[in-house]
Design a protein around this ligand. Structure first.
Ligand code: FES
Length: 182
């Protein structure tokens, strides 16, 4: 399945918080008449809420005159869209060709072991969501990893562990999730 942006989903959905519901309704209303509105709406919901709540699906379907199955199908087709809130931080490991050639698959296996979760999942402590990404524009410095909003090159298993340790020790939340968790 494709990733349309550096990110990804879980199995079952989650509801929106009450104030989030109003915000989602506003996003849908603002964009529903533009051509090809579905993807921009989904992107904006995820950017502001951190994921696409289950409750957004019927709202979007009604506004765009689509079936719920069609909206749900698009959400699940693109790994970029999450159906569950992400962890406090998002770590993306590049799995594209240039990084693969210099050890990205071994790093990907290590990342899953170290975090105790697979790609598109969150570590059991809820701290880190692990996502694959297909090129971070750092092909000459692979394996490349994005930790929150920070790019890192030449990442091996030891460096990955150091980065994750620092992330867990930090008191901040990744900018991508800060708004959603505020
Ligand atoms: S292939 Fe990994 S950064 Fe481009």
């Amino acid at each position: 399945m494709p990733d349309i942006a550096p990110h990804a989903p879980g199995a079952a959905g989650a509801p929106a918080a009450p104030d989030a519901a109003a915000r989602i309704a506003g996003i849908v209303a603002a964009r529903q008449h533009m051509p090809g509105a579905l993807l921009p709406i989904l992107h904006e919901i995820q950017d502001t809420q951190g994921f696409i709540p289950d409750t957004a699906v019927p709202l979007i379907a009604r506004a765009l005159n689509l079936s719920r199955a069609e909206v749900h199908g698009v959400i699940t087709f693109y790994h970029h869209f999450r159906q569950q809130p992400a962890g406090r931080h998002v770590v993306q490991v590049c799995r594209a060709e240039a990084c693969q050639a210099v050890g990205a698959e071994a790093l990907a296996a290590h990342a899953q072991r170290a975090l105790g979760c697979s790609f598109h999942e969150t570590s059991p402590d809820g701290q880190v969501t692990l996502e694959p990404v297909y090129c971070l524009g750092q092909c000459a410095c692979g394996p490349a990893v994005m930790v929150g909003e920070q790019l890192h090159g030449y990442v091996d298993a030891a460096r990955f562990d150091t980065l994750v340790r620092a992330l867990r020790a930090s008191t901040t939340t990744s900018p991508a999730n800060a708004e959603a968790q505020a």
